[in-house]
Design a protein around this ligand. Structure first.
Ligand code: FAD
Ligand code: NAG
Ligand code: NAG
Ligand code: NAG
Ligand code: NAG
Ligand code: NAG
Ligand code: NAG
Ligand code: NAG
Ligand code: NAG
Length: 538
């Protein structure tokens, strides 16, 4: 532990004075040394080792920050930077950091896996802030006696899957496909995955939690009460506290599962629209063990031609003969052949969907660095009715006329998702919602002048989709965060206007989230551009 006079402490203070971000030319972060230095002193004086503190201006700070950024759109010199990053290693560190932020009026952003689509875990756009990086609070305890696991917030879903596979071949967990996604953001915001038609969202399978509240106290399900426990299972963690760990219920998976992926393009088959329509008519009401998503990708080949590819990607919780007979009966136009199906264990399906199909070792799932190293902007929708054939054709030609790499990922709901009531958790898109859509535009070049072209394109595409998707409200999915829907930090607007985005993610559940917020954090310490502000009745 550092005392005030230890060499480590003296060294740090000189570093801080030398590199103080308050002396730098900060146009966006108005920083007063009156808050920064007392904050650092508070951290160090409260037994947080100085090697867990990264301060602006040092190389280790830049390395850690760049490593954490998952959307290169926010890896620019003009993106506001945190005053410091702290990587707590034990729970009590987190309580200390919350206390130091509060006494010094500093905003804290919590980062678990760093996949937030708008960078909210590592960028505050209009205020000085620090990052609490949870990557070193990441232990995983799998209990195969009662089929549960405690998983700390800074772990990734890939780490969770890996540790589950070490203990059992027939236990699974219904969370997302991308192994680098963090538990803290993913589970608190929902968690769509290949098994949701049988088991619901990841957040539907949470049975306990440990959380640091605004007073720095560590609460579990029992001590926090059911309302707060409700809120942090889909309402986003960042509005309510800092999630330390979740206890989850693991699910049974068979020894052998089956996967297939079948691709089409426009030139190949004139009846593509018939295939897509048949898929759309059945995918949300098939056997709950069967998940078939439609993945549309449009990009340019090396001659500059625009290529549209439609891939049906599937996971079946059973063997291939049974899969083939279901497809034969319900989705014959797919014309699925036995040699297009592969049987494998659950963890192998995880590797497959993660893109590890070339014999990579299981430990590749432990890699924290995302394979998706692009700049991107995404938006989401839900379908409550089917898109007509001419609608699909219009969509394809609209996608082909873009200049960028664009994706539409359409995941079937139904099954277990229909059985959960709209108010059981904050995620309301249950019975009546047929599909979730993710619209995404991605680019590699750092040419800032083109960024607005891409943003304009996807906003235009979203407008274009209006007639086909849910209405009143036009639904969106929190984990595909979209600041175009609005931000709560605009103090000039009324409460109602500032929180319109809330209805889009949560429908009427937004009101309960705002009530819980009023109860647990009335002064709105845990805030961001899109956090739930305490309910304001006036
Ligand atoms: C490549 C990629 C693939 C994806 N695949 C899927 C998918 O298959 N299914 C799906 O549903 N989603 C998917 N997502 C979206 C993903 O679920 C969300 O971005 C999720 O919020 C990421 O969590 P994180 O911890 O990695 O992100 P972070 O950026 O660390 O956090 C996201 C938000 O949660 C807050 N937060 C993080 N940790 C905590 C904590 N410990 N306590 C309180 N608040 C916290 C952050 O402050 C931020 O507001 C994907 C995203 C990407 C980039
Ligand atoms: C700070 O930035 C402004 C605007 O970019 C510039 O005019 C000024 O010279 C900069 N000052 C320093 C000390 O770098
Ligand atoms: C962020 O940008 C820097 C400088 O351009 C680059 O070196 C770094 O690799 C980028 N970070 C990531 C995670 O790609
Ligand atoms: C995480 O902890 C390990 C050892 O406990 C330490 O070596 C490492 O520097 C820590 N990582 C960060 C980012 O602080
Ligand atoms: C696993 O769960 C069982 C049943 O709840 C419990 O008795 C046991 O102590 C747990 N094991 C561990 C290692 O926590
Ligand atoms: C379309 O698919 C066919 C058959 O798989 C393939 O031969 C052809 O190259 C594809 N066309 C393009 C443009 O990808
Ligand atoms: C197009 O698909 C239909 C339905 O699967 C099939 O009957 C037909 O033979 C295919 N045509 C070509 C050219 O592949
Ligand atoms: C695509 O690029 C062309 C040529 O640069 C431009 O005229 C057109 O407007 C662009 N289209 C879109 C959708 O951005
Ligand atoms: C879903 O809603 C439909 C129409 O209201 C109803 O017939 C059906 O029983 C509901 N499904 C479930 C699982 O509740």
């Amino acid at each position: 532990m550092d005392t005030l006079l230890s060499p480590g402490f003296v060294f740090l203070i000189s570093l801080i004075l030398f590199f103080s971000p308050c002396n730098a030319n900060q146009t966006t972060n108005k920083c007063s040394s009156a808050t920064y230095q007392p904050f650092i002193q508070c951290i160090l004086a409260n037994s947080i080792p100085h090697n867990l503190l990264y301060i602006q201006g040092t190389t280790s700070y830049s390395t850690l920050l760049e490593y954490s950024i998952r959307n290169q759109r926010f890896n620019t010199t003009s993106t506001p930077k945190p005053l410091a990053i702290i990587t707590p290693t034990i729970e009590s560190h987190v309580s200390t950091i919350v206390g130091c932020c509060r006494t010094n009026n500093l905003e804290a952003r919590v980062l678990s896996g760093g996949h937030d689509y708008e960078g909210l875990s590592y960028v505050a756009f209009s205020t000085p802030f620090v990052i609490i990086n949870m990557q070193n609070i990441s232990s995983i305890d799998v209990n195969t006696t009662d089929n549960t696991a405690w998983v700390q917030a800074g772990a990734t879903v890939g780490e969770l899957y890996y540790h589950m596979a070490e203990k059992s071949k027939t236990l699974g967990f219904p969370a997302g496909l991308c192994p680098t996604v963090g538990i803290g953001g993913h589970l608190s915001g929902g968690g769509i995955g290949t098994m949701m038609r049988k088991y619901g969202l990841a957040s539907d399978n949470i049975i306990d939690v440990r959380l640091v509240n605004v007073e720095g106290k560590i609460l579990d399900r029992e001590s926090m009460g059911e309302d707060l426990f409700w809120a942090i299972r889909g309402g986003g963690g960042a509005s309510f506290g800092i999630i330390l760990a979740y206890k989850i219920k693991l699910v049974h998976v068979p020894q052998k599962l089956t996967i297939f992926a079948k691709s089409y393009n426009l030139s190949q088959n004139g009846s593509l629209v018939k295939i897509v329509s048949q898929w759309q008519d059945v995918a949300y009401r098939l056997d709950v063990r069967l998940f078939i998503r439609q993945f549309i990708q449009v990009s340019s080949d090396n001659k500059g031609n625009r290529i549209l590819q439609i891939k049906f990607e599937s996971l079946f919780l059973g063997e291939k003969e049974e899969l083939l007979s279901i497809i034969q009966e319900k989705f014959p136009l797919l014309d699925l052949q036995v040699q297009e199906c592969q049987e494998m264990s659950w963890i192998e399906t995880i590797q497959y969907f993660a893109g590890y199909t070339n014999g990579e070792p299981l430990s590749a799932l432990l890699e924290r660095k995302s394979q998706f190293g692009y700049s991107f902007k995404a938006k989401s929708d839900f379908l409550t009715s089917q898109i007509p054939e001419f609608g699909w054709k219009r969509i394809w030609y609209k996608l082909l006329r873009s200049n960028a790499t664009v994706y539409m990922i359409i995941d079937p709901l139904g099954g277990k998702m229909d059985e959960i009531s709209e108010s059981e958790t904050p995620f309301p898109y249950r019975n009546g919602s047929l599909y979730n859509i993710q619209h995404l535009v991605a680019w590699v070049d750092g040419d800032q002048s083109l960024v607005n072209t891409y943003l304009d394109w996807i906003r235009g595409f979203y407008e274009f989709m209006t007639p086909y998707v849910s209405k009143n409200p036009r639904a969106a999915y929190l984990n595909y965060r979209d600041l175009d829907l609005g931000t709560s930090l605009n103090g000039d607007l009324s409460y109602f206007e500032r929180t319109r985005w809330g209805k889009r993610y949560f429908k009427d559940n937004f009101r309960k989230l705002a009530l819980v917020k009023l109860e647990v954090d009335p002064k709105n310490f845990f805030r961001s551009e899109q956090s739930v502000p305490p309910l304001n009745l006036y």
